[in-house]
Design a protein around this ligand. Structure first.
Ligand SMILES: [Zn+2]
Length: 330
């Protein structure tokens, strides 16, 4: 069985960051926005360094302006994910970009996204759930407004709350109130940490935000005591190796710490983050990991079981997906 056909669980994907270049080009053309500078000759996103990446990302995602745009985006993203064997996907969505944190507008965007997801589930069986992310560099007040949007719409589809954006802006503790609101609403919690900032950012996310999952978290490997703590607590890392390598965090796949973290007993999972921007796919990630570390289908099945157990959806959904993983012919 090829790694493409292996059923996969993906926990860390930014909806806008997964936008296929063709969709963005199409939307830009319809709105007479010139985005030609952000694409390379093959039609993919083009950037040289992290600053340019942010500029291209912002330019591309700025064409997504209405709930209908997000419905189209959701369909396209889920179609691409399903073709990589993804059977369950948790996607970050942000009230900052969907309605400017206005609750009524946010409901319209979320309805459009969840209806599109339901249609994709009928078509290809892929199950999507959403996690609201606040944006760290927008500050704690806007994070509270995003958390309110999340708390008011928590349910079967909107299952989690998290924080993304510049890891070096402010301290996790500044966002504790937003996370408390989300926790009280019954949402699962995750935070980006240990990517651009060091191990201390992971400790702070655990202590101050009390999350069960860390987005990235790979730099925990620099602190052996923290690695032990993650292993003992069963904290799940949403690791996105291709993203880390594309952005220069590690020079190549062999240098990436995912295998060392896993060997130390940390619960690692594999995701793509913003796949077209990093010229990756879930199958691409699996292939590179197999090449670099000799991981086989059984290793990936193990990682997918860990990911499903750490998913924020309800138990019935978890059981149904877990059965699909177990009955896969690997
Ligand atoms: Zn991310």
């Amino acid at each position: 069985m090829s790694l493409r056909a292996l059923p996969k669980v993906e926990l860390h994907l930014h909806l806008e960051g997964a936008a296929p270049p063709a969709l963005i080009r199409d939307m830009a053309r319809a709105r007479h926005v010139d985005l030609s500078g952000i694409f390379d000759a093959a039609g993919g996103y083009r950037y040289r360094d992290f600053t340019a990446f942010l500029r291209v990302y912002e330019a591309a995602t700025a064409v997504l302006q209405t709930p209908e745009d997000y419905a189209r985006l959701t369909r396209a993203v889920l179609e691409a994910a399903a073709s990589e064997g993804v059977v369950y996907l948790e996607t970050f969505v942000s009230p900052d970009f969907c309605g400017g944190r206005d609750l009524l507008a946010w409901r319209e965007y979320l309805d459009a996204i969840s209806e599109a997801a339901a249609a994709s589930e009928r078509d290809s069986g892929i199950v999507m759930r959403a996690i609201v992310t606040c944006i760290r560099h927008f500050g704690p007040d806007k994070a509270r407004q995003a958390a309110l949007c999340a708390a008011e719409t928590a349910g079967a589809f909107l299952v989690g709350f998290g924080i993304a954006g510049a890891e070096t802006a402010g301290r996790p503790g500044d966002f504790a109130y937003a996370f408390d609101m989300a926790r009280e609403a019954g949402l699962g919690l995750t935070a980006h940490a240990g990517e651009w900032a060091g191990p201390v950012s992971v400790r702070e996310a655990l202590d101050d935000l009390r999350v069960s999952r860390i987005g990235h978290g790979v730099r925990a490997v620099e602190d052996p005591a923290l690695v032990d703590r993650l292993a003992e607590a069963g904290t799940v890392l949403e690791v996105c190796p291709g993203s880390n390598i594309a952005l220069g965090l590690y020079p190549d796949w062999r240098a990436h710490p995912i295998d060392r973290l896993r060997a130390a007993g940390v619960k690692v999972t594999v995701s793509t983050d913003d796949p077209p921007f990093f010229h990756t796919t879930m199958t691409g990630e699996y292939d590179r990991l197999a090449d670099a570390f000799g991981w086989e289908a059984a290793d990936f099945a193990d990682i997918n079981r860990i990911a499903m157990a750490a998913a924020f959806c309800d138990e019935a959904t978890k059981d149904a997906i877990a059965k699909r993983l177990e009955t896969a012919d690997v």
